[in-house]
Write a protein that binds this ligand. Structure first.
Ligand SMILES: [Zn+2]
Length: 254
């Protein structure tokens, strides 16, 4: 298991990578989105040099608000076009796995329509990413439509797409992250780790919410050796380092 940390898209990317490298993480979760992380503002050689300077691995992350499942066809097409443009930048940096987020339509529409619209966008995006050497990781966002059945139907349509388990998101809507880890284990390609109290997507430090960590880590350790990003949003980054040490300790004991 490798532990990483995201770059903040509103801070200088190289400074963010430097903090991540200096604090002993193994990879960077590169959040390319406005403003300072927008594709057109990224200094590709400088980012690559910073990663290499610390011997860091890297995974990519598109803006969570890309409307790939919008009821508006032209917005879906624009979302795919924008995602492909970002994949060009990711590929130039040498990123080979990129997260795209679930995007569900408003309540006027059904889950089936949401699956169809997302699937239509993914059918264009997956091969375009593939041509750039990139595997797409699909990250459910904690929406009520993300039942095991609905996600299984979506994944069945896209065998090349990997499953991104965001632990905090699967702790919402009375679900169990450990159960989704188990069900999608064969497709699991990346993990985001953060905590919440089950009511909102709070991105808290590990152990400060209601995620049941021990059974979850035991489940994951049984089959997963990949990347885990501490997606903890706090202005006081000591909490991130405490979470990193706690994760290492609990993983060893699981
Ligand atoms: Zn996430």
């Amino acid at each position: 298991m490798k532990i990483g940390y995201p770059t903040h898209p509103r801070r200088d990317l190289v400074e963010e990578i430097t903090w991540i490298g200096r604090n002993g993480f193994e990879f960077v979760d590169l959040f390319l989105e406005p403003d300072l992380g927008a594709a057109e503002r990224v200094d590709v050689p400088a980012v690559r040099a910073a990663l290499d300077g610390f011997g860091l691995g890297v995974v990519g992350h598109l803006a969570w608000y890309l409307p790939i499942g919008s009821p508006l066809r032209r917005l879906r097409e624009a979302a795919v076009e924008e995602a492909v443009r970002y994949c060009d930048t990711f590929a130039a940096i040498g990123v080979d796995r990129v997260t795209v987020h679930a995007s569900w339509p408003p309540g006027l529409f059904t889950a089936d329509e949401g699956i169809d619209w997302q699937s239509e966008s993914l059918s264009s995006l997956i091969p375009a990413a593939g041509q750039r050497g990139i595997t797409l990781l699909f990250e459910p966002v904690g929406h009520g439509h993300e039942s095991e059945e609905n996600l299984a139907r979506l994944f069945a349509r896209h065998p090349e797409m990997a499953f991104h388990l965001d632990i905090g998101h699967f702790n919402l809507n009375h679900r169990s992250p450990a159960r989704f880890a188990r069900v999608f284990r064969d497709r699991l390609g990346h993990v985001h780790l953060h905590d919440n109290d089950g009511t909102k997507d709070q991105h808290l430090p590990m152990g400060t919410g209601r995620v049941e960590w021990e059974p979850l880590l035991k489940e994951l350790k049984g089959f997963y050796t990949g990347t885990v990003t501490l997606e903890i949003f706090t202005p006081v980054r000591e909490y991130v380092l405490v979470s990193r040490d706690l994760l290492r300790r609990m993983w060893a004991a699981a």
